[in-house]
Design a protein around this ligand. Structure first.
Ligand SMILES: [Zn+2]
Length: 287
């Protein structure tokens, strides 16, 4: 029987939302426990998530074998012979692996019960998460079809950003947070990556040079990769603990540091709002 494992429970005030690194860590964390397993039953205690869980969901999944667990943007995909489960953690969701017989807590909305007694439990206080089923190829699903490339794969690079940014007057920060351009660049990571690349967040996307976009693509990769590595550490720390894991602790250079000295030039960092999101940058180092 597996111990109780917790994945991606946001607990600090920095942000409350699972971002791509938390979803990636969740994916890596749950995969070894459920890949190859056959679904015995799905217990849906609360079907009213962001979209209702279909009434037939449990019946559909019972007896199916999970071939693989993967991630696309912030969706977890459980692939079976006859279709795919799309699971989104929303604003506050988390998944735990546990043996049968654990007490059911508040907001424990869905249990995936497997033949060997392992349970994958979905908890989501705010219920913006989603548990969906599709028999189409997952990449054709309306929620996934129009998404841009994965930032950690090689088809994402400076050339792509540069090509897509032509004549765009939108701030470069909003541009890289647009999931049709690239997925998974949340507000914190956008702030950090722009600082690392030396680009002012308000710059029109169409005015950023190819050289800067190359730097930016690399910076996005680095900040996400660092968070995933931190997540791995966090995960290790919390294995076998029934308590709450912390949100990924990460060295942030600009986000949440308005008015504090820039790590590079020591001048105070500036805070503005772009698309109503906190935007912190160094007006000296970022041009
Ligand atoms: Zn500076």
């Amino acid at each position: 029987m597996p111990p109780v494992l917790n994945f991606a429970t946001p607990t600090t005030s920095l942000t409350t939302m699972p971002e791509l690194p938390e979803v990636e860590t969740t994916c890596r964390g749950i995969a070894p426990h459920i890949e190859g397993q056959t679904v015995k039953q799905v217990i849906v205690r609360q079907p009213k998530l962001r979209w209702p869980i279909p009434e037939t969901f449990s019946r559909t999944l019972t007896g199916l074998r999970i071939q693989s667990v993967s991630r696309r943007a912030k969706y977890l995909l459980f692939t079976t012979d006859s279709g795919t489960v799309l699971l989104h953690l929303g604003m506050s969701g988390n998944l735990r692996i546990m043996p049968t017989g654990q007490a059911i807590g508040k907001h424990d909305h869905v249990d995936f019960v497997f033949n060997d007694g392992t349970i994958l439990r979905f908890n989501d206080p705010r219920r913006f998460g989603a548990v969906l089923w599709t028999t189409e190829p997952a990449e054709e699903h309306p929620l996934l079809k129009h998404l841009g490339p994965e930032p950690l794969l090689s088809d994402f690079n400076g050339e792509l950003l540069y090509a897509l940014s032509k004549n765009r007057k939108t701030p470069v920060k909003s541009f890289i947070m647009d999931s049709r351009i690239v997925v998974g660049v949340g507000n914190i990571y956008a702030n950090e990556a722009l600082f690392m690349a030396g680009i002012q967040p308000t710059r029109h996307a169409g005015k950023v040079s190819l050289a800067h976009y190359r730097k930016l693509a690399e910076s996005i990769r680095v900040v996400l990769q660092q968070a995933i590595e931190q997540g791995g550490t966090t995960l290790k720390d919390f294995v076998n603990e029934a308590g709450k894991p912390g949100y990924f602790q990460q060295q942030l250079r600009v986000y949440g540091r308005a008015g504090l000295p820039c790590a590079s030039c020591q001048r105070p960092l500036t805070e503005i709002r772009i698309a109503n999101r906190s935007t912190v940058f160094c007006s000296t180092c970022q041009r």
